[in-house]
Design a protein around this ligand. Structure first.
Ligand SMILES: [Zn+2]
Length: 377
């Protein structure tokens, strides 16, 4: 194989074969199947006669099938199966999962859109640029390889870092530390933390040198501290009220509805899927809500509402990643790790603040209208 980056995603070939056998329309855009004897690839629902199972290969995207030397079927037009927006994002993500080295030009070709349009749509849907997404993919693969015990160089190669030097060239890149240090179990990060009272109970904030990694709410600061130690079992925890005073002040003011949500640097640790969800949550404006289903749709995985709900429930940074702004499609508030009454209070406060600022906007506009309308037609 000439491309080290091409790692198959955990495939379920037998499931795929079932979908192909059943000519499943809902599977269109999820993958294509290629037939060795004809050299042609098709969408799962293609009406062509089914080949023998032994002659079939599956590819995540049409581009991968083409790269393997197959031609698109003229009957089912597999390349067009991903013309709808969310489908397209899903296909682009799948392509980057398999080939994190893919260029923007390559993605744009896949999307049959201009590079700038592709870039914009991708960012809008995932909260990440294609480049950031690809870096995440590589870094996740690298972590997985290293924790499986692979030697650093081989892990880097398998994760799509062409040469191991690229592992070291960007300090904030792959792991936020040298791979060898990571491999030695140096997940042993240092977390400075502090707690303080807010109008919604006690709040704990934890920060690594890269950004805020934990925000939680509760009744008893000692419980919050124990929870932090459970979530970061290998970390060195240092209580440091002085160092975190500024962050705490900003968040307390937000909870009290006296200020907008501060935009603090974050250090989020989770799977790629979790990070994508958390990024989307940060795009929900204050005073508004989204449903799990809407977020799943935006991620290009409309059937993943439950996985989205799980990602919300495991959000390590309450408030700053506003998982409280997600509700059920029925309009129910659903759960909140830090208590439903806190979620309700937060939503009410944000809605009030948003409508207050709308009102002052309106007043501003009204004042403008009252001014003599010189020069207006
Ligand atoms: Zn076909």
């Amino acid at each position: 194989m000439n491309s080290p980056a091409r790692l198959p995603r955990a495939p379920a070939p037998e499931r795929r074969w079932e979908l192909v056998s059943g000519r499943s329309r809902s599977a269109d855009g999820q993958f294509v199947y290629a037939v060795r004897t004809t050299g042609i690839y098709c969408r799962p629902s293609c009406s062509a006669r089914r080949p023998l199972r032994d002659n079939v290969e599956f590819y995540e995207t049409p581009a991968l099938a083409r790269a393997a030397g197959y031609r698109a079927c003229l009957r089912c037009h597999p390349d067009a199966a991903m013309s709808s927006g969310s489908e397209l994002i899903r296909v682009l993500c799948a392509h980057l999962d398999a080939c994190p080295d893919a260029s923007l030009a390559e993605l744009a070709k896949l999307a049959q859109k201009s590079p700038s349009h592709t870039h914009r749509e991708f960012k809008r849907a995932t909260g990440l640029t294609p480049g950031q997404y690809a870096r995440e993919v590589r870094s996740q693969k690298l972590r997985a390889e290293l924790s499986r015990g692979s030697p650093v160089a081989r892990a880097g190669y398998a994760a799509g870092y062409g040469s191991s030097s690229r592992l070291y060239t960007s300090p904030s890149g792959a792991l936020g530390m040298e791979p060898s240090r990571y491999k030695r179990g140096a997940e042993a990060i240092t977390i400075r933390f502090a707690t303080c009272p807010t109008s919604l109970g006690e709040l704990l904030l934890g920060r690594t040198e890269r950004g805020v990694c934990a925000v939680s709410l509760g009744e008893d600061p000692r419980d919050l501290e124990r929870e932090l130690a459970r979530e970061f079992p290998k970390a060195e925890l240092i209580r440091d009220d002085d160092a975190l005073k500024q962050e705490l002040t900003l968040i307390v003011a937000f909870v009290a509805s006296e200020a907008a949500l501060p935009d603090l640097p974050l250090d989020l640790r989770g799977s790629l899927f979790q990070k994508r969800v958390w990024n989307l949550l940060r795009q929900i404006p204050a005073g508004q809500t989204a449903t799990y289903a809407e977020l799943a749709e935006k991620l290009g995985q409309p059937t993943a509402a439950r996985a989205v709900a799980r990602a919300c429930a495991t959000n390590p940074v309450a408030l700053l990643v506003p998982c409280h702004r997600v509700i059920r499609s029925s309009g129910e508030l659903a759960g909140y790790r830090y208590g439903l009454s806190r979620k309700k209070a937060l939503l009410e406060r944000e809605a009030e603040r948003a409508s207050a600022s709308d009102r002052s906007d309106l007043k501003g506009r009204a004042a403008q209208l009252k001014r003599p309308s010189r020069g207006r037609s």
